[in-house]
Ligand binder design. Structure first.
Ligand SMILES: Cc1ncc(COP(=O)(O)O)c(C=O)c1O
Length: 448
């Protein structure tokens, strides 16, 4: 079956979908946050079909995971081949080639400070973004013998207790779960559109950085106690916020000066999503530790935490995961990287620029689009009451998500009041034209 366009032929959700949602409601954890009733049955490229035969254009990619598109034939083939040969062995106790090959490849593509052939980039394998962050915390503590961490407001790093301790995006993530890992301090992120210091970028004095250096690190937390500063190169759940290059560079210099490790969470922004293999490459900075997950294996569960051999100097037994770096997931990751390097990255730059220009044109037309931002195919629009007052309008954002779904477009929110566009990285300009057509009709409908 080749999908080419959106087809909505039942009310949404359709009758079969409704039945599935009914069973889910009874038996599946209510902690999940489903914005609308999308039940996925089959996916191909940028499209997903539901059990009622409705075909949706997917600009969420399973939350930025299906990097090469749904069920890319070459990914399906390596999964098939690998699963006929070896499904599991556990890299914690044994060796297998797909994992070793992946680690070698990662050492070539991940930018890590002071890495060289004598101090190569090493990989620790897990299954999820949160697991990658747990490894970041343990590597940072074990290398520096310091316990504290600095994270950012607006950040999202996962839901396990360590990763959760670093989050700063939604109170629901924290509520009733304390005590968390102690010693974390959160600083405001460099969110220029809503600068907490009332400054305007460009032209500001980088007050966000000054606050960390001159206030936090002199009054609240000693830099001598900080094992790592952890930040997303582009904040994901926080609203697809891109910080200024100067801020990221200044954080790199400050961490280096105090022997603090700089950890970059590329779980959402990595694997080509921003038009470079890793978002941090846009900033000309190399971190000491990097966390990767989501798009790495085109949909199979896999995460990697990387650091140089010198930094990842923990001892055998210090950390491991039974399933982490499973042979099938590693095979899919090797193929994903090959596909990204052979055309998909270029596609991200071309189609990302095209989508951004179309969203900017809509911003000129609609009073409630306060901002268009992002890099590559990690783009968002921020929904406000009007451009002058610039008050967040979360309710309107939610109405947009629902109305888009009703017209066969899958998009998700991010931050309190933004809509994110995180499509599979294989989307074409034709898909983008379809999305914009749906958006225009949704936006026109809001006026009524
Ligand atoms: C930047 C970032 N880090 C970590 C995570 C956690 O990943 P996972 O849900 O796979 O644990 C996410 C998930 O959205 C993320 O966006």
């Amino acid at each position: 079956m080749k999908y080419e366009k959106i087809v909505v032929k039942t009310e949404l959700p359709g009758p079969i979908s409704k039945k599935i949602i009914g069973i889910d409601e009874k038996f599946v954890s209510h902690s999940y946050t489903r914005d609308y009733g999308m039940v996925a049955k089959r996916g191909e490229g940028a499209f997903v079909e539901d059990p009622d035969g409705n075909v949706f254009l997917d600009f969420s990619a399973g939350i930025a995971v299906c990097s090469t598109g749904h069920c890319h034939p070459e990914i399906v083939e390596v999964i098939r081949k690998q699963s006929q040969e070896l499904i599991h062995m556990s890299g914690t106790d044994f060796y297998y080639e797909t994992q070793v090959m992946l680690a070698e490849k990662i050492s070539k593509i991940v930018p890590i400070e002071n890495s060289s052939s004598d101090n190569p980039v090493m990989s620790f394998f897990g299954n999820s973004g949160a697991e990658a962050i747990e490894a970041v915390i343990k590597i940072a503590r074990s290398h520096t013998h310091r316990s504290r961490m600095l994270a950012f407001i607006g950040a999202f790093h996962g839901r396990t207790m360590g990763a959760l301790s670093l989050n700063g995006s939604k109170i629901r993530h924290h509520e009733h779960f304390h005590p968390l890992v102690p010693g974390v301090v959160h600083a405001p992120y460099a969110y220029c559109k809503r600068c907490p210091y009332g400054a305007h970028y460009p032209g500001c004095k980088l007050e966000c950085f000054d606050f960390i250096k001159k206030t936090l690190m002199t009054k609240i937390i000693s830099p001598e106690d900080i094992s790592c500063v952890i930040m997303e190169a582009v904040q994901g759940e926080g609203g697809y916020v891109v910080p200024p290059v100067e801020f990221v560079k200044a954080m790199r210099d400050l961490t280096r000066e105090h022997g603090i490790l700089l950890a970059i969470d590329e779980v959402q922004s990595g694997m080509g999503r921003t038009g470079k293999m890793f978002a941090i490459e846009h900033f000309g900075v190399k971190p000491d530790i990097m966390a990767i997950a989501k798009g790495i294996a085109s949909g199979l569960p896999l995460s990697i935490t990387c650091a140089s051999r010198e930094v990842m100097n923990w001892k055998p037994g210090a950390h491991a995961s039974t399933f982490g770096g499973n042979p099938v997931a590693c095979a899919a990751a090797n193929k994903t990287i090959e596909l990204l390097e052979n055309g998909i990255l270029e596609n991200v730059n071309a189609t990302g620029a095209y989508l951004k220009s179309k969203l900017e044109a809509m911003q000129n037309k609609y009073e409630f689009i306060g901002d268009v931002r992002g890099l590559g195919l990690m783009l968002a629009i921020e929904i406000v009451d009007n451009k002058k007052d610039f008050n967040p309008d979360a309710e309107l954002r939610d109405r947009i998500l629902h109305a888009a779904f009703a017209k066969g477009l899958i998009i998700l929110g991010c931050g309190p009041n933004s809509v994110r566009f995180a499509p599979p990285l294989i989307v074409t300009k034709v898909h983008i034209d379809m999305v914009c057509e749906v958006l225009e009709s949704v936006f026109e409908g809001l006026k009524k």
